[in-house]
Design a protein around this ligand. Structure first.
Ligand code: CP
Ligand code: NVA
Length: 304
């Protein structure tokens, strides 16, 4: 891996993404077969959380343990970060104790600044702009189920949020066709649309029509209508996104063997029906499991 950090998928080359996915497959195999892989023995990861988490916190902490290292949890409630200590100082302090930092926060700039002022690898565990670890796990899951990425059509339905941004970039970098259906007022980030617009072979489609986006899809993604930090808009969003639901009607225009992916947590009856969620639960929980393996690969590549 050329990159010293994982701040966003825009920074990674297609080769680097595949390097992560290949190592993730290997580490998953090793874990399942009891083959030791303690490549980060004696190393420590600091995990900063300014937002809630189940999967990210547990998979990073368990992953670090399985790699022979240690992870420590720094929530805003207990650290000085929560009392406003500048990120420049936190970066320099943690760089004196630890071997890597995972951060979940609001502004992408905070993650970029942590990398700029610190001297150890920084991994983005979700910002308002991106969720690169999730999409690496998603790509790993699709490749496991479909045996390839290139040429598949992936479709995202809903809010043009951190997940939409990362799916567009990750999918296009891996040679996939990417279609996105968002309401006009909830489009993906302009940096992501600029990147997608520069992909010259017409592999990107942005529409406000979910049925058009889902046509002949190999994989359909969705995510919550109100992300963390957007709770105050939840009622308005329930109204604005009502026709952006992944349901059996939508699946009927996709390929018969279309996968469904959801980063979780899911809101059944909102962005996805109970019926579709449970019919695709195997794929969705494979996706959740693969957070562990994909992040172990990221940590092994960045922190070894
Ligand atoms: N998908 C995901 O990042 O889950 P958590 O919010 O539980 O970490
Ligand atoms: N878009 C969601 C993803 C949660 C994993 C959020 O940011 O809350």
């Amino acid at each position: 891996m050329q990159n010293k950090h994982l701040l966003k998928l825009l920074d990674l080359s297609r080769e680097e993404i595949h390097e992560v996915l290949d190592l993730a497959d290997q580490l998953k195999y090793d874990q399942k077969h009891g083959i030791p892989h303690e490549v980060l023995k004696g190393k420590t990861l600091a995990m900063i959380f300014s937002k809630n988490s189940t999967r990210t916190r547990v998979s990073f902490e368990v992953g670090m343990f399985q790699l022979g290292g240690h992870a420590l949890f720094l929530s805003n409630a207990v650290s000085q970060i929560g009392r406003g200590e500048p990120v420049q100082d936190t970066a320099r302090v943690l760089s004196r104790y630890c071997d890597g930092i995972m951060i979940r926060t609001f502004a992408q700039q905070e993650v970029e600044d942590l990398a700029k002022y610190g001297s150890i690898p920084v991994i983005n565990g979700l910002t308002d702009f991106s969720h690169p670890c999730q999409v690496l796990a998603d790509l790993m899951t699709i490749r496991e189920h479909k045996a390839k990425l290139e040429g598949l059509k992936i479709c995202y339905i809903g809010d043009g949020n951190n997940m939409a941004n990362s799916i567009i970039v990750g999918g296009l970098k891996c040679g996939m066709n990417v279609s996105v259906a968002c309401p006009a007022d909830y489009q993906p980030h302009s940096d992501v649309l600029s990147f997608a617009g520069a992909v010259t072979d017409a592999r990107f489609e942005l529409t406000d029509d979910p049925m058009a986006a889902a046509k002949n899809a190999d994989v359909i993604f969705t995510d919550v209508w109100a992300s963390m930090g957007m709770e105050g808009e939840a009622a308005k969003r329930q109204h604005d996104f009502v026709s952006y639901q992944v349901n059996s009607d939508l699946l009927s225009v996709a390929h018969a063997d279309c996968m469904v992916q959801h980063c979780l947590p899911a809101h059944r009856g909102e962005e996805i029906t109970e019926e579709v969620f449970e019919a695709h639960a195997g794929e969705i929980f494979d996706e959740a499991e693969n957070r562990l393996h994909a992040q172990k690969a990221v940590m092994a590549l960045l922190m070894k």
